[in-house]
Write a protein that binds this ligand. Structure first.
Ligand code: NAP
Ligand code: HSE
Length: 430
């Protein structure tokens, strides 16, 4: 049986799980026909307590012991961040070493350059674990779905925010405490603002968009909003209206190009995504032949991510895998502006509880060509004379909605426009 030698860059949450799975073996060599040997693992701090026991001589603080090591066949990058990951992956690929990475930030920002380096040297670069944790998603798009023209990808693709939103929805749990739990469980990024502000989901939808639509996606062309404004009241009101709230990342073919967006959305309670809870992710793909396809599984956490990392490692080791590369035969789409997106909107605002207020708000929306589907006066505070109003609109143009929102904020009777959340459209369910 052939032995393939592995070098790790990073031995944190994911790196430790990968190292443990290699060392425990668990019949992996019998299933795959190759034996993996862990040769080196680069870290920053040798004195740190690790969750895996390594044989002597494996740990190093010098990444060159991995990327420049002639005894290593496959470099597995699990450090995170753009730098020094980009330089180290480039060095490994240039010297002909295959690379597996879970690092969506470096792949979304510099993936094109890395794939070019790989094709120049003949090395493989695979990164299944960078999107959707343990869910196989990039390799199915590159291989199994190749006969399809993909029209739409919509996903819950960040485990940390889905875990936070689920706990806020189910137990009205406090945001900070829940984020702390997500960090302890190994779901969050080293800097968790990448999760809660939507950057992690943005990197992932950029990678998916590039792969599925053959279009180079500059990350500043993606509309992004995080979950910071969502509070317990939004969940309560959404539930009364038949929805829950999820952070959605989407890449959709439109008449004017590819629209990419990341933002919280109201999702109807009767569609599959509404029941994707905790750190679970779901990717919904619409292909012209296959129709709608839902892939669901653990989107974060050490073992599921190690499963995806080692799947790529074994594919390369068996020389059966094809790189998750851009499908260069597709004609690239231009990027479509968010201002052209149309959807229904949930508007929550605090307004003066007095005659004529609704009429003023309705006129402002009507002037912007936005039609109201329902208005509900939720909580009323008689002492302050204020009420929570929740307005659901019919389908409207994003540019019109943003203009109306600015005007509503300027109305004297509107104390605060607390939240404006888009509603995901699911055909007949609305
Ligand atoms: P982590 O726990 O913060 O681990 C990072 C590791 O990289 C640590 O071992 C750290 O060393 C090492 N490292 C960082 N900078 C280094 C440098 N300059 N030189 C040498 N070593 C360095 O991160 P993680 O959660 O395992 O995530 C790793 C990657 O996987 C990230 O790209 C992340 O986005 C991605 N990912 C994570 C998950 C998940 O559920 N956590 C899922 C999918 C993908 P020390 O230990 O000495 O500090
Ligand atoms: N921080 C990421 C998440 C890890 O919560 O989804 C998986 O990529």
């Amino acid at each position: 049986m052939r032995t393939v030698r592995i070098g790790l860059l990073g031995l944190g949450v994911v790196g430790s799980a990968v190292a443990k799975a290699i060392l425990d073996e668990r019949g992996m060599s019998q299933r795959s026909g190759v034996r993996l040997e862990l040769v080196k693992a680069a870290v920053r701090d040798l004195s740190k307590q690790r969750s895996v026991d390594l044989p002597d001589g494996i740990l190093t603080t010098n990444p060159a012991d991995v990327v420049g090591n002639p005894d290593i066949d496959i470099v597995v990058e699990l450090m995170g961040g753009e730098n020094p990951a980009f330089d180290l992956i480039s060095r490994a690929l240039s010297s002909g070493k295959h690379v597996v990475s879970a690092n969506k930030e470096v792949l979304a920002k510099r993936g094109g350059e890395l794939l070019e380096t790989a094709s120049g040297s003949g090395a493989k670069l695979m990164y299944e674990a960078s999107v959707g944790g343990g869910i196989p998603i990039l390799n199915p798009i590159s291989d199994d779905l190749l006969a399809n023209r993909i029209d739409s990808i919509r996903a819950i693709i960040n485990g940390t925010t889905n875990y936070i939103l689920t706990r806020m929805s189910g137990e009205s749990a406090a945001y900070d405490a829940v984020l702390g739990d997500a960090q302890r469980l190994g779901y969050a990024e080293a800097d968790p603002t990448a999760d809660v502000d939507g950057f992690d989901a943005l990197y992932k939808i950029a990678i998916l968009g590039q792969l599925a639509f053959g279009t180079s996606v500059p990350i500043d062309g993606i509309h992004r909003e995080g979950i910071g404004r969502i509070d317990a009241r939004d969940f309560r009101y959404a539930d009364e209206l038949g929805y829950t709230i999820k952070l959605i990342a989407a890449a959709q073919r439109t008449d004017v190009g590819l629209l990419l967006r990341v933002h919280p959305s109201l999702v109807p309670l009767d569609v599959p995504m509404a029941s994707v809870n905790g750190a679970m992710n779901m990717v919904e793909i619409e292909g012209d032949l296959v129709g709608p396809l839902w892939l669901q599984g653990a989107g974060a956490g050490p073992s599921p991510t190690a499963s995806a990392v080692l799947g790529d490692v074994l594919n390369i080791a068996r020389e059966l895998g094809s790189p998750a590369a851009e499908n260069s035969s597709q004609s690239p789409l231009p990027l479509a502006p968010m201002s052209g997106h149309t959807c229904q909107y949930y508007i929550r605002l605090t307004a003066a509880d007095q005659p004529g207020v609704l009429a003023q708000i309705a006129k402002m929306l009507g002037d912007a060509n936005i039609s109201i589907r329902s208005v509900i006066q939720m909580d009323t505070d008689e002492t302050s004379g204020r009420a929570d109003l929740v307005i659901m609109t019919h389908s409207a143009l994003e540019a019109n909605m943003q203009e109306a929102a600015d005007r509503l904020r300027g109305l004297e009777v509107v104390v605060e426009l607390d939240n404006l959340i888009r509603v995901e459209s699911y055909g007949q369910s609305q």
